[in-house]
Design a protein around this ligand. Sequence first.
Ligand SMILES: C[S@@+](CC[C@H](N)C(=O)[O-])C[C@H]1O[C@@H](n2cnc3c(N)ncnc32)[C@H](O)[C@@H]1O
Length: 200
Amino acid sequence: MHDKHQEFFDALAVEWDLMFTAEDFERLQHIVEGLGIKPGMDILDLGCGTGILFDMLRRIVGGDGSVTGVDFSFKMAQRAHRNFPFANVNVVDTDAIDLPFADSSFDMAVAFSAFPHFSNQRRAVDEVHRVVKDGAACYVIHLESSREINKVHQRIGGAVEHDEIPPEGTLREMFNSNKFADVKIIDHPGLFLLSAVSSK
Ligand SMILES: C[S@@+](CC[C@H](N)C(=O)[O-])C[C@H]1O[C@@H](n2cnc3c(N)ncnc32)[C@H](O)[C@@H]1O
């Protein structure tokens, strides 16, 4: 299947890395450092794009851990693969709502700037719950508030016009009904950070 979202992101892949400023990297680095990542962890990066988080993650998890990026845009996944030919980095071209991983495979899951684009967010959350271990922390991260993100997508229009971070109540219900505990949401100008702990 090749839908309009895949086409949209395929078209952006070549220039995607140019979108990030040094300030973005610094802010991201700060956020990543606060996620509680430890050497040896196996981390899932959903909607990884060209692998913007890979270097930060792979340096912390080290050779005994791994970073697995998932993206359903072939061109994004291809660039991520090309950008990071390291033994502890894997890239899989697949949909977040149908993950080709065994139950309880990962110690942590992150989705940076990707969650609003998932066609079926509930199913993606359900899949994440399935493939992470009991007690694994899962994060939805953006460098803007939900309000800012949703407005940007409306302004861009086309395939992403209706892609949004749902209201807090919907998000809490989505994660709680998928058996996550300790759901916390920070949502203010310049940052959206949802954290939840998988409970099995
Ligand atoms: C805004 S980009 C963010 C990419 C990367 N995380 C970054 O911040 O540079 C969103 C990414 O999510 C991917 N994506 C959207 N829906 C997806 C899905 N259902 N399954 C896997 N990837 C998806 C897109 O192909 C795109 O690469």
